[in-house]
Structure formats: structure tokens, C-alpha cells
Design a protein around this ligand. Structure first.
Ligand SMILES: NC(=O)c1ccc[n+]([C@@H]2O[C@H](COP(=O)([O-])OP(=O)(O)OC[C@H]3O[C@@H](n4cnc5c(N)ncnc54)[C@H](OP(=O)(O)O)[C@@H]3O)[C@@H](O)[C@H]2O)c1
Length: 257
């Protein structure tokens, strides 16, 4: 089995790499921090898979696409591609900075679109495969401080809907993972209280199982995901009121603690 993971140097991507190193023949790991990839590769060698690392920025689209073409050429078959690389930012209560906004869209949305067409062609030719994206529950409810992140992840949902409808008839499983808060370097910098915060190990197990089971969409944890989806369906004025209430509740509980 051959598996490709972007954003494999830390957090969820790293944990998925650990899990797939135990069952894959070849594992391709992509991220910008080479030293962390090298460290991970040497740690995973013992698990049996051949680990190949590529230092790359997923927003350097030409380079990224060249790497993906190389991976396709040298692999007889590619079974799973996990587009996990992502960034977030909180712009407090100020307007977003456009260049920061662009970086988030480039990474979280275009970083996926830049690789899926290449791997989809390969999978069509080989008769099947799995394309996985890591979206977020933040795709369902936008906060005033998450304009870029929520927009990027909502666009990922829409993109994955299109991919699923397009590629399912070609025997390609298109899997959209929508996690709530998970303790990783990405959330470590959050200044607000994160409801239903999950530990990385447990969350990675859930993601791994969802991919195994070919879930079209997997939003978790269950209660938090139901709340987020229900809020997103409310009429705008009620939805705004709920979000404002949640913000003021979070501020008060932070003051208390
Ligand atoms: N943690 C959560 O609560 C949570 C919740 C919902 C969704 N998610 C999503 O899960 C994914 C993984 O996040 P995480 O929590 O594991 O965060 P993380 O620990 O910060 O890991 C992010 C990974 O993405 C890579 N990355 C970021 N920008 C990149 C770029 N331009 N080019 C290449 N690689 C890049 C990073 O590697 P380098 O820095 O080495 O490049 C790193 O390996 C993200 O898409 C995130 O939005 C996370």
C-alpha cells in the first residue's frame, strides 16, 4: 500500500504517519520543516514501511505539483492521499490582514486542489483509491475572528462535495474529515477556551478509522459536530445571536478562571 500525507511534520499529519507506517509499504511525507520529517522518518523506519520525505511548501504550487507527478511516476499504485497541511490564524477583533488571509486560502484550500487532480488522474488509471481532506467544524460556524480559516474550510467542504460526485463513479473514495478542537501545535496558540478539546492520540485514531471505513464525511466529536451543524442551519438572526452568546459566555468563563 502507498500513502501520501501532507503536513506530516507535526500534529494530526504526524500521528497519521505513525499509524500508516505500520501497514503501508511506502509512505510519502510532505512538509516544510525537513529536520522534523527526517526525525520522524528515522523513528518510523522500524515499523516496516519505506519512508520517503519531501520538503515542500504546499503554497509553492509548481514545485508541489512536480513532486506529486514524481510520486505518481515512481509508484505503481497510490492507495491513499491525505491532504492535511493547514494553518489557522485568529485576527482578534480586528479586520483580517489580506496577505494572511491569502496564505490561509492558499494553504488550506488551494494546497488541496493543487494535488488532488494529479492523484485523481493516477487513481482513475489504476481503477480506484482514496482522496482525504482535513476540513474542520469551523467550516459550519464562522466567528468574527476566523474569517479566513472558516472560509477556507467551508470551501474545502464544497470542493470535496464536487470531488465526491465526480470521482465516486470512478471508484475513488472521497473522504472529508471535519474535526473539532484537537490539542496540537495549531491549537496550542489559541487564547480562547476550546470546547470539547480532544487529545491528539484519540482524535488521530478516529480519523484513521473513518478513512478505513470510507466515510464520505466524518465530523467529530459527535455532540459538538451536531451543535455546529444545527447552528449553521438556523435563520441568520438566530445564528448570529447564538454565536454572540457563545463569545460572551467564553469571555466570562475565561475571566472567572
Ligand atoms: N487541531 C485542531 O483542533 C484541528 C481542528 C480541525 C481541523 N484541523 C486541521 O487539521 C490539519 C492539521 O492541523 P494540526 O492541528 O495537526 O496542526 P499542526 O500541528 O500545526 O500541523 C500542521 C501541519 O501542516 C503543515 N503545513 C502548514 N503549512 C504548510 C505549508 N505551507 N506547506 C506545507 N506544509 C504545511 C505543517 O508542516 P510545516 O510547518 O513543517 O510545513 C504541519 O505538519 C489542518 O488542516 C487543520 O486546519 C485541526
Amino acid at each position: 500500500m502507498t500513502v501520501v500525507i501532507t503536513g506530516a511534520s507535526s500534529g494530526i499529519g504526524r500521528e497519521l504517519a505513525v499509524r500508516y507506517s505500520k501497514i503501508a509499504d511506502t509512505l510519502y511525507l510532505i512538509a516544510r520543516r525537513k529536520e522534523m520529517l527526517l526525525e520522524l522518518a528515522s523513528e518510523l523506519q522500524k515499523n516496516g514501511a519505506l519512508i520517503k520525505i519531501y520538503q515542500a511548501d504546499v503554497t509553492d504550487f509548481e514545485n508541489l505539483r512536480a513532486i506529486c507527478r514524481t510520486i505518481c511516476e515512481e509508484s505503481e499504485k497510490i492507495d491513499i492521499v491525505i491532504a492535511n497541511a493547514g494553518v489557522s490564524s485568529e485576527h482578534k477583533n480586528e479586520l483580517y490582514d489580506f496577505w494572511e488571509f491569502k496564505k490561509i486560502i492558499d494553504t488550506n484550500l488551494l494546497g488541496i486542489a493543487a494535488i488532488f487532480d494529479i492523484f485523481a488522474h493516477k487513481m482513475i488509471n489504476q481503477g480506484g483509491g482514496k482522496l482525504v481532506a482535513i476540513s474542520a467544524l469551523a467550516s459550519f460556524v464562522a466567528f468574527p475572528t476566523t474569517a479566513a480559516y472558516s472560509a477556507s474550510k467551508r470551501a474545502v467542504n464544497s470542493f470535496m462535495d464536487s470531488m465526491r460526485l465526480l470521482l465516486e463513479p470512478k471508484n475513488i473514495k472521497v473522504i472529508n474529515i471535519q474535526p473539532g478542537f484537537i490539542r496540537t501545535p495549531l491549537t496550542d496558540k489559541n487564547s480562547f477556551k476550546m470546547p470539547f478539546l480532544m487529545e491528539l492520540d484519540e482524535a488521530s485514531d478516529k480519523i484513521y478509522k473513518a478513512i478505513e471505513k470510507n466515510k464520505k464525511e466524518y465530523a467529530f466529536p459527535f455532540l459538538f459536530s451536531q451543535a455546529a451543524k444545527n447552528i449553521s442551519r438556523l435563520p441568520t438572526f438566530i445564528r448570529d445571536a447564538v454565536v454572540k452568546k457563545a463569545i460572551s459566555y467564553e469571555k466570562q468563563s475565561r475571566k472567572r478562571s
